[in-house]
Design a protein around this ligand. Structure first.
Ligand code: TNX
Length: 528
């Protein structure tokens, strides 16, 4: 029934009709499935007005039953599930693990049609809610199906993040990578260093930027999440089987931190006390000093963040760190000598290695942008391959895990067409079909190397996105195409059937409409 992402096994729809959800339909949650039952009752209850009264395992009802259960034999993947819809007895969702049950519930919502995505009923009180009779078996291709949101360039209020968690869940995406710090803003409260948000979360009006963009703004900007906000976001995501991966970008893209604590910068090269939270975009020469003070400072920052983010991976950035100041800094040069390093690239590697070790001692794993390969990749590090596939290929060949997110395919800040009316005219045109044709595993990898591609991710950078309306426009519909790439395994990449996806998108646009997503319409940009 026009599912997106399409299930890994072709569903069979039987001719004998459908099951109708009614006020008499019971919701039975077997042990381990209670969280999904809560989600189902809340969302489908709101959309349909039906009560979904709780039944006990084994209970039957004239109104039928929606039964949630766990059975590890349901799929080879803990995120896999099976659904059976019988016109008489009801719906059975069996997950191999709790996540599988949840993804199955998301599929059930799609089977019900677009109005199931609303927050209040819109039809006549006696309208019927039909689920087509079917057998469905599904499991994801990748364990990391990521979406990165840059909340540093433009702060996105907590509600926006929670809404995106729900939108991710609707598309079976399961990793939310939050880009929390950059030159232009520090977005998370750190108790030990209050100036990070007192100073680092606020910037003067943007003075340089994409002037050609109608969204280029001259307003001051700021905001941050308190630690309780983060706890709420993480818990909300966890209920939806989404892991939040924090990113604190070091040693480049760190000027907001330096503006708050000037001793973090290269004080022997420039007067860091005059550096503001950066009011312009691009690659910035003012980077962290490779000193013990910097190491201790970030250890303390990370220690607070580890308490907030329970997931395994911790992203330390590592991208776009110009080395000029290190070249000029007597302190940095002395460090290079003392450590017996060849150059500044190795100095960055030394810094990343330090945190790789520090994180692994705490049971976590470091992940960084593919620049962390330069000067030698830290032992346990995983790589986000953004400058194309090259970094990811090199890392996989060296036995490191990789998340493929090449800008050429899945940078959702890139413009969606060549039209002069595109509201965010960044970079090159990447339309829905381009994203749909993204293949995360490059053919040159052997099977063993390819196993290190643990997933794929779409990234959205928000230099010129200052509101959720623009964010929606840039993220959708392309995130739906990306979700299918990350979830739906195919016999071979060439088997991706664009006309079929385009057809299914017709149904999906109706779901996005019901959700209130302001996607880019298929026919072209809106008259903004
Ligand atoms: C490069 S991708 C960056 C970001 C920019 C983005 C714009 C990456 C790791 N660094 O700082 O926002 O390009 O597309």
């Amino acid at each position: 029934m026009d599912l997106i992402p399409t299930p890994s096994h072709k569903p069979t729809y039987s001719a004998d009709g459908s099951f109708a959800l009614t006020a008499g339909t019971l919701l039975v949650a077997e042990p381990g499935t209670e969280a999904t039952a809560r989600w189902l009752r809340a969302t489908l209850g709101a959309a349909t007005g039906l009560p979904f009264a709780a039944g006990t395992p084994g209970e039957r009802s004239a109104g039928g039953v929606v039964r949630l259960a766990l059975d590890e034999r349901a799929s080879g993947s803990a995120e896999g599930y099976r659904i059976t819809v019988d016109p008489a007895s009801g719906v059975r969702i069996i997950g191999a693990g709790p996540a599988g049950v949840f993804w199955g519930a998301q599929t059930l919502r799609q089977l019900l049609g677009p109005d199931a995505f609303r927050r209040a009923p819109v039809g006549a009180p006696d309208r019927s809610w039909q689920v087509p009779a079917c057998h469905l078996q599904d499991a994801p291709r990748f364990g990391w199906r990521g979406f990165m949101l840059d909340v540093a360039r433009h702060f996105m209020p907590k509600d926006v993040v929670l809404r995106y968690v729900d939108l991710m869940a609707a598309h079976k995406l399961n990793v939310l990578h939050l880009h929390l710090t950059d030159d232009q803003g520090w977005r998370v409260e750190i108790k030990r260093y209050p100036r990070l948000t007192e100073v680092g979360a606020w910037r003067e009006r943007t003075k340089v930027g994409l002037r050609e963009s109608p969204l280029w703004d001259e307003r001051p900007h700021g905001g941050y999440y308190t630690q309780d906000d983060i706890r709420e976001i993480v818990a909300y995501a966890a209920e939806r089987h989404i892991t939040v991966v924090p990113e604190v970008d070091i040693p480049g893209h760190s000027q907001a931190a330096i503006a708050a604590y000037p001793e973090l910068g290269n004080t022997d090269v420039i007067d860091t006390t005059t550096l503001p939270v950066l009011p312009s975009w691009g690659v910035n020469p003012n980077v962290l000093a490779p000193t013990d003070n910097t190491l201790r400072f970030y250890e303390n920052v990370f220690a607070e963040l580890l308490e907030l983010f329970p997931g395994t991976f911790f992203h330390v950035g590592g991208d776009e760190c110009p080395k000029e100041q290190w070249r000029e800094s007597p302190t940095a040069q002395a460090r290079i000598k003392e450590l017996g390093l060849a150059d500044e690239d190795e100095l960055q590697s030394w810094l990343i290695r330090h945190f790789d070790k520090w994180l692994s001692e705490r049971g976590r794993r470091l992940i960084g942008w593919d620049e962390i390969l330069e000067g030698g990749l830290a032992e346990g590090a995983a790589v986000s391959s953004w400058r194309g596939y090259g970094g990811g290929i090199a890392a996989a060949r060296a036995g490191h895990d990789v998340v493929m997110c090449p800008q050429s395919h899945v940078y959702l800040d890139w413009r969606q067409s060549e039209s002069p009316d595109e509201p965010v005219p960044i970079a090159h045109a990447r339309g829905l079909e381009d994203v749909y044709r993204f293949e995360p595993v490059p053919p040159e990898l052997t099977e063993e190397e390819a196993a290190h591609v643990i997933g794929a991710q779409a990234n959205i950078w928000t230099e010129v996105m200052d509101s959720v309306r623009v964010l929606d426009y840039m993220a959708f519909p392309r995130l739906a195409a990306f979700a299918e790439v990350a979830w739906s395994a195919l016999p071979e990449p060439a088997a991706r059937d664009w006309p079929d996806f385009e057809r299914r998108m017709t149904a999906h646009y109706a779901r996005l409409d019901a959700l209130g997503v302001e996607y880019r319409p298929a026919g072209g940009p809106l008259p903004w």
